[in-house]
Ligand binder design. Structure first.
Ligand SMILES: [Zn+2]
Length: 465
């Protein structure tokens, strides 16, 4: 056990060759490296080798998905790792979106604002209850969100507001009202908002009632409660969603930027507004940010279709004349969720996310969830399913009870619990697929140190090389 506990700095020189002797020596503890393609994370303490990680190129080596969860106590190095990792991946051409939900009472802006600004020169996209100068709004009824997804999304909003699922009758009334809201707003030449759905629920269409074999009064009754929920959420002055989700989309952002930070740090944590906002943003990202695009920036349709097998007619996307690109390569993207317990700990969001994660690989997407402990997170089946989608787990030091809970819930070997408790700052246990790297030291260059400061704070700075 002491062998596995890096309570002291290893004096072993870095290995440059793999001799059979060294393999034999490290066999029980040094797994194969993850290859040479990707972002350098730091050093694997037991072998002395550089630790390189790339969820996109590791697919070929049997990593089924590219999602990662980063755990550990505050100040142990989670933040420094994820920030430098994101910055290093951007240098490799990836696009990064951050959902920053870490509540900052004393600061003007979120944890990731400074990094986003230094990488792109743009301010974060801020959401604040009641709106106000410099804050943004996303409209769940925006035509950018496709029909079926929009119905699911508005239903999720109502259910989160209501605190329980809608029954079949209410669900059907809501679906009809969403269609009517679009139709009626189009007559006025505008985009519908949530208040239009509430209005449509209160004035159902007689034709809709007939199709559904309901009387007009019955259809009205089916949807009345949902209309009250929407009224309350979007009510002038008092609604939880006012200024954030009740108006037309007002994003003055470039979703093609290298890094986009959604700053939700002014939204009360644990509240219904936060949950709904995260649901809407994730669907918006899926419909807009994640649309298929090549690394050259052009859509698949602008790449030439090349038949690769004349008999079967199989084809692939080849060159794009406009950009001079030789072959279509799916753009790689990374979504970082800071304080992800807001998401993973809410069964409705975890379920929404699970769907998202299932298709992550097809989107060329890797998600990173940052949480302190799993004990912050509810043990619902939805959450368990979402956790299973994380093929890479990074665990920084944590206290005994949390370490034991983490090991149990993630199915790590029993010895890792004590090991996790003893990890030094900046050193983490990595589990990539089924392989465990007991001690990976994150290395930070001098030039990167400023990236890891939260605005005005140096407390999150982890180890230096
Ligand atoms: Zn291209």
């Amino acid at each position: 056990m002491t062998l596995l506990t890096p309570s002291y700095e290893t004096v072993r020189r870095p290995l440059h060759t793999e001799t059979t002797t060294s393999q034999a020596l490290y066999l029980p503890i040094a797994p194969p490296t993850l290859g040479t393609a990707g972002a350098i994370v730091g050093r694997e303490l037991y072998s002395g080798k550089a630790f390189v990680y790339c969820p996109f190129s590791a697919f070929g080596d049997g990593l089924p998905g590219g999602n990662m969860i980063v755990l550990g106590d505050t100040g142990r190095g989670k933040s420094a790792l994820t920030k430098t990792y994101a910055a290093r991946q951007i240098r490799l051409g990836r696009k990064v979106v951050v959902l920053d939900t870490k509540e900052q009472k004393e600061r003007e802006e979120g944890e990731w604002a400074a990094l986003g600004r230094s990488l792109t020169g743009s301010a974060p996209v801020r959401f604040a209850p009641g709106g106000g100068a410099g804050s943004s709004c996303i409209n769940p009824m925006d035509p950018a969100i496709a029909g079926k997804r929009q119905v699911e999304l508005v239903r999720t909003i109502v259910e989160l507001g209501l605190g329980r699922p809608l029954d079949e009758f209410a669900g059907s009334a809501l679906r009809l009202a969403i269609h009517r809201a679009h139709e009626r707003a189009a007559l006025d030449g505008r985009t519908p908002v949530l208040a239009d759905v509430a209005a449509a629920l209160r004035s159902p269409d007689l034709a809709d009632a007939e199709v559904k074999k309901r009387t007009w009064e019955e259809l009205l009754g089916d949807g009345l409660e949902a209309s009250y929920v929407l009224d309350r959420l979007c009510g002038t002055g008092t609604g939880d969603l006012v200024g954030m989700l009740d108006g037309p989309t007002s994003l003055s952002i470039d979703l093609d930027a290298d890094m986009v930070v959604f700053d939700l740090t002014k939204v009360p944590s644990g509240g219904v507004a936060m949950t709904i906002l995260v649901a809407v943003i994730s669907v918006f990202l899926e419909e807009v940010w994640l649309r298929a695009a090549c690394e050259c920036g052009a859509e698949p349709g602008r790449h030439e279709r090349r038949i690769v097998d004349a008999n079967s007619g199989a084809w692939e996307l080849g060159s794009c004349a406009a950009t001079g690109c030789a072959r279509y390569t799916q753009r790689k993207r990374i979504l970082v969720c800071e304080e992800a317990w807001h998401i993973l700990g809410t069964p409705q969001l975890a379920a929404l996310l699970e769907k998202f994660l299932k298709f992550a690989r097809g989107y060329g997407l890797s998600c990173i969830f940052i949480v302190h402990h799993l004990s912050d997170i509810d043990d619902s089946p939805e959450t368990q399913a979402a956790l299973k989608m994380a093929d890479t787990v990074v665990v920084y030091s944590m206290k005994k009870a949390e370490a034991e809970d983490t090991v149990k819930r993630l199915g790590l070997p029993a010895w890792t619990a004590e090991h996790i408790m003893r990890l030094r700052r900046g050193v983490a246990l990595w589990k990539v697929g089924e392989v465990i790297y007991p001690g990976v030291q994150h290395l930070l260059t001098e030039a990167e140190q400023h990236l890891c400061f939260s605005s005005g704070s140096m407390t999150d700075l982890a180890t230096t090389a």
